[in-house]
Design a protein around this ligand. Structure first.
Ligand SMILES: Cc1ncc(COP(=O)(O)O)c(C=O)c1O
Length: 400
């Protein structure tokens, strides 16, 4: 199994502009195959779904193929794939729906490590229902989210546990399977934010113990579409608000209004792209996704070591994030510079990074950097190479 980054980069038209795209954690570039799939959908003629003419049937096929592709990516069932505009919108929708069953005195557990999109919707829904919120704390020295603390957070009133599969700033990958097992033993449902993890590691929602797994295609080379994957039988038990004539079945009743059909064709093409990143590829698309993403993880881990070692060797750089299992995402500050100044300096040298709290609101708060501009985030994805990393390191080095 080989991972050829030159071949991979050649698939992305945008990468030819000479910039080092280290901003992938906020959204990746898109390969030509995805652009073509979206254009082809429009070129071939698409209509709304449910009609008696071919253009409508083409849209129906696009939706079905998209659900199957997302099932192959996550190990879920296509009938449990809810499609929507992005993770935040879908998480609010699920929080509204699930909280209909909560009563005063019930409890939900959220974490200090999570992106706010997997915190605030639950906190706000809990407040509306009179439910209590319990917090899992990140260990600030290691930026781990210790799974052992969860046993003490659960009671017979725990209804839901929301936890991330990877922090979008420090990259920590908590032991979601252990947290989910404890949650299930307490009778709670588990909502996993897979937005930051999915581009970096093979995903298996069953092994994670995720009752709900959210991810957004624009973080892994696809268009701006989000999804939540759940067991169809679980979705059958839930009744989201919906329009009277809208689909009553699952997963359709969780989807609002007319879908972005052409973009959904792009999502399926993006999964196909991920499945073909490593060569040779063999087996079902699910098999190819798993082997390809394992090769991606290996490649990114090596490249990240180069980036981390380089940053750690600079005395004027403070690094946040020390978890044993993490995605290739660096979060750092530079002495004497605000994170925004660093980002501007890097942009002038054709290096794209993010600055701020990046919506890791709670974590930035407990790290004590939220009010001082957060930190700089430089994240790798599979199309980054040594030249990108070396350009970042050289540009940060001159700030000493
Ligand atoms: C870990 C994580 N969760 C959730 C989100 C929100 O995703 P979306 O933009 O699809 O709403 C992001 C986006 O940056 C993220 O990185």
């Amino acid at each position: 199994m080989t991972f050829d980054v030159k071949r991979v980069r050649a698939a992305y038209p945008a990468l030819s502009d000479g910039y080092a795209y280290l901003d992938g954690a906020a959204g990746t570039q898109v390969p030509a195959a995805v652009i073509e799939a979206i254009a082809d959908a429009y070129r071939s003629g698409i209509g709304n779904v449910g009609g008696e003419f071919p253009a409508s049937e083409r849209s129906g096929s696009i939706v079905a193929e998209c659900r199957q592709a997302l099932a192959d990516l996550t190990g879920g069932h296509p009938d449990g794939v809810i499609l929507g505009p992005n993770m935040t919108t879908l998480t609010y929708r699920l929080a509204d729906t699930l909280s209909l069953r909560w009563a005063p005195g019930d409890e939900v557990v959220v974490s200090r490590l999570d992106h706010d999109a997997n915190v605030r919707p639950w906190v706000q829904a809990a407040a509306r229902r009179g439910a209590a919120v319990r917090w899992a704390e990140a260990d600030l020295a290691t930026t781990e989210l210790p799974a052992a603390q969860y046993a003490g957070l659960f009671s017979e009133r725990t209804r839901l546990v929301a936890v991330t599969a990877a922090s979008n700033v420090v990259g920590t990958r908590p032991d979601v399977a252990a947290i989910a097992a404890a949650a299930h033993a307490a009778g709670a449902l588990v909502y996993v934010d897979g937005v930051h993890a999915t581009p970096h590691v093979p995903v298996d929602v069953g092994a994670l113990g995720a009752d709900f797994y959210a991810t957004s295609a624009y973080k892994w080379s696809g268009p701006h579409i989000g999804t939540v994957v759940a067991e169809p039988a679980l979705l059958e038990t839930l009744q989201p608000d919906k329009l009277a004539p809208a689909p009553a079945g699952v997963p359709g009743r969780f989807e609002r209004g007319t879908a972005a059909f052409a973009d959904l064709a792009g999502v399926a093409a993006a999964v196909e792209h991920l499945a073909a990143l490593a060569r040779p590829a063999a087996g079902s698309r699910r098999d190819r996704v798993l082997t390809s993403m394992a090769a991606v993880e290996e490649y990114e881990t090596l490249l990240f070591a180069r980036m981390l070692d380089g940053l750690a060797a600079m005395e004027h750089v403070t690094l946040y994030g020390r978890a044993a299992r993490r995605t290739p995402t660096a979060f750092f500050t530079v002495a004497g510079q605000t994170p925004r100044q660093v980002a501007r300096h890097l942009a002038a040298r054709q290096v794209n990074v993010w600055n701020g709290d990046n919506y890791a609101w709670e974590l930035a708060g407990v790290l004590g950097i939220r009010d001082s501009g957060g930190a700089v985030r430089a994240g790798l994805v599979h199309y980054n190479d040594e030249a990108d990393v070396d350009r970042l390191l050289a540009a940060v080095a001159v700030l000493a």
